[in-house]
Design a protein around this ligand. Structure first.
Ligand code: TPP
Ligand code: MG
Length: 576
């Protein structure tokens, strides 16, 4: 008979061993008593990096950003009660954005549930349908059977989080006091489970069918929405485009716009030019990834009811306009490779050349307009960052206008820029923490572009800078409220209550918050100050915040002026 302390240790240590064997290397956690056995085990191990935070909401988003940047599953750990509930928004985001997380919560044993015990809430299926899988473990009893089970469960949890579509799994651990495990590790000799993940290859029939459709449809396009899970996809899809003679409309978050590969068919200004007259009738649309960020692109695609509309996705159903004629469940890279192998070489088509002429003219118009824009403008922030950032930098875009401006103003380039954003549920919460998580991956300098309300929402996340010695360059677009709402019909329809309900100005000075967290804060007043601040901020480490003050109403007029400039540039040349 093992003591309860030994039993606790044996089962928990074996479980953690199983997590490590399955590839978990990072845990984002917060303090608490009920989660002690797991916390001690994570702290003890040298092959796990434990990121301790104080606020569970920030901790969960930090883990999310880390998993996203690493393209690897990350574990979260919280104690019982509302601590666990604070993981909720990040779990929702992970599930929709397909980011693998293994969420671990400490809980009371069964005899202390639903009977008034302290800090005890119903944690069973706490995250509802937002967690891909839930399991409530038994209290550790130290039996060899249970240890083997714990190891198997660890492997299954990680594998389930990773399996397409990736997402969050939740394991709830009931622990009976005393919560201090025996000091001597006694990891059962367990047989680790090797999980073999297969990539879903398209069938021969599917490839033949789609090849035939593409051959018969010279007026086709490829649309790549937000998706960052497979680093090989960008090459695969550009090869397919070249073979088919199709333009590739690449979202800023697609991973296809930037990098050292053939970009001659990549179209990056569609958000601007699709607002004007150009928008030819299509015969075929092949869509990869999540729904594109650009509303004009979404509307253009929705109008193409005559076209064959093919959505490629290994799992799930991402077609909010219910417009797909075909849903192809296959690994995107494998499908691109198979189709490229079976299509006749089309070379440079007049169709693709027409899209490129429009794209080039639109880009020139945007660049010319921006070079004459001397006042501060949110869109120009993105275009300048595209020029200033070094290879391998990561741009983390906040929701609301930053991600839209990234999509409109980030030009395709050979620079290896990676763009990330929380586009699963489009929350303005947890963005600072997600960006710190991306920084913790250590893959490149992370630059966060974020609005003032989103920044305010996650001021707690700033603690990660000093606590973990992480670098983050923040470009804070401060228009004193929700700038996006000025673009919506609400701006005119309810103008009387607009500021109260939507604009929500706060008048906050962010300097003391940033400096209080050991960061450097700089408010810029012109573009040369901006360029200097970014250049110096990239060299300096730690938390650097560059505030760009803008004005919401003016921002709408500035955006419209760009779109007008693009429309005008396309007309006289007869391009559109
Ligand atoms: C958690 C959450 N709360 C509310 C919203 C609704 N919302 C979308 S954008 C926005 C305003 C964001 O303001 P800011 O971050 O300053 O960006 P800006 O609109 O000025 O570009 C709000 C409140 C949301 N998406 N997520
Ligand atoms: Mg704002």
């Amino acid at each position: 008979m093992t003591t309860s302390a030994q039993a606790l240790h044996d089962v928990v240590a074996t479980f953690v061993e199983g997590l490590v064997a399955s590839g978990i290397r990072h845990v984002s956690a917060c303090p608490g008593s009920r989660s002690t056995p797991l916390a001690i085990e994570f702290a003890r191990r040298r092959d796990i990096k434990l990121w301790m935070h104080l606020d569970e909401r920030s901790a969960a988003y930090f883990g999310l950003g880390l998993a996203k940047a690493l393209r690897q599953p990350v574990a979260l750990l919280a104690t019982s009660g509302t601590a666990a509930a604070n993981f909720f928004p990040a779990v929702v985001e992970a599930n929709l954005a397909r980011v693998p997380l293994v969420v671990l919560t400490g809980d009371r044993p069964h005899e202390l549930r639903d009977n008034g015990a302290a800090q005890t809430i119903d944690q069973l299926r706490l995250f509802g349908s937002h967690a891909k899988w839930f399991f409530d473990l038994p209290e550790p009893d130290g039996s060899p059977e249970q240890s083997q089970f714990a190891a198997t469960l660890a492997a299954r949890a990680v594998a389930t989080a990773q399996a397409a579509p990736a997402g969050a799994v939740h394991l709830n651990w009931p622990f009976r006091e005393p919560l201090i495990p025996a000091p001597t590790p006694h990891v059962e000799t367990i047989s680790p489970v090797a999980v073999h993940h297969a990539r879903l290859a398209p069938s021969v029939e599917t490839v033949a069918n789609l090849t035939d459709a593409m051959e018969r449809s010279p007026r086709g396009i490829i649309v790549v929405g937000p998706e960052d899970a497979d680093p090989n996809f960008a090459d695969a899809v550009t090869c397919l485009a070249a073979r088919a003679g199709y333009p590739v409309l690449a979202d800023a978050l697609s991973g296809v716009r930037c990098g050292d590969r053939d970009r001659s068919l990549v179209v990056d200004t569609y958000d601007a030019f699709l607002r004007g007259d150009f928008g030819p009738e299509l015969e075929l649309v092949m869509r990869f990834g999540a729904v594109p960020t650009s509303k004009p692109l979404q509307q253009y695609l929705e109008a193409q009811r005559q076209a064959r509309r093919i959505v490629v996705d290994p799992a799930g159903w991402r077609d909010p306009s219910n417009a797909a004629t075909d849903v192809v469940h296959a690994d995107p890279s494998l499908l691109c490779e198979a189709l490229a192998g079976s299509l006749t070489e089309h070379g440079e088509t007049e169709w693709a050349a027409q899209w490129q002429r429009v794209n080039t003219a639109a880009r020139r118009a945007i660049d010319a307009h921006l070079s004459e824009t001397h006042e501060l403008f949110e869109g120009k922030v993105i275009s300048l960052l595209g020029e200033l950032l070094p290879d391998d930098a990561v741009v983390f875009a906040g929701n609301s206008m930053p991600i839209r401006d990234l999509d409109t103003f980030l030009a395709r380039s050979e620079k290896r820029l990676r763009c990330l954003s929380n586009r699963g549920a489009n929350g303005i919460d947890g963005v600072v923490s997600s960006a710190f998580g991306a920084s913790a991956a250590g893959h490149g300098r992370v630059v966060l572009v974020i609005g003032d309300l989103s920044f305010y929402h996650d001021l707690n996340g700033l603690l990660a800078a000093r606590r973990h010695g992480l670098d983050l360059l923040v470009v804070l677009i401060n228009n004193d409220g929700g700038g996006i709402f000025s673009f919506l019909p609400q701006a005119e329809a309810v103008s009387e209550h607009f500021e109260l309900l939507f604009g929500t100005p706060h008048g906050l000075d962010f300097r003391p918050f940033v400096e209080g967290h050991g960061g450097r804060f700089q408010r810029i007043g012109n573009w040369s100050q901006f360029t200097d601040a970014v250049t110096r901020g990239l060299q300096a480490g730690g938390l650097q915040v560059i505030e760009v003050p803008t004005e919401r109403t003016r921002n709408v007029a500035q955006h419209r002026a760009v779109w007008r400039a693009v429309a005008e540039a396309l007309q006289p040349a007869g391009i559109a």
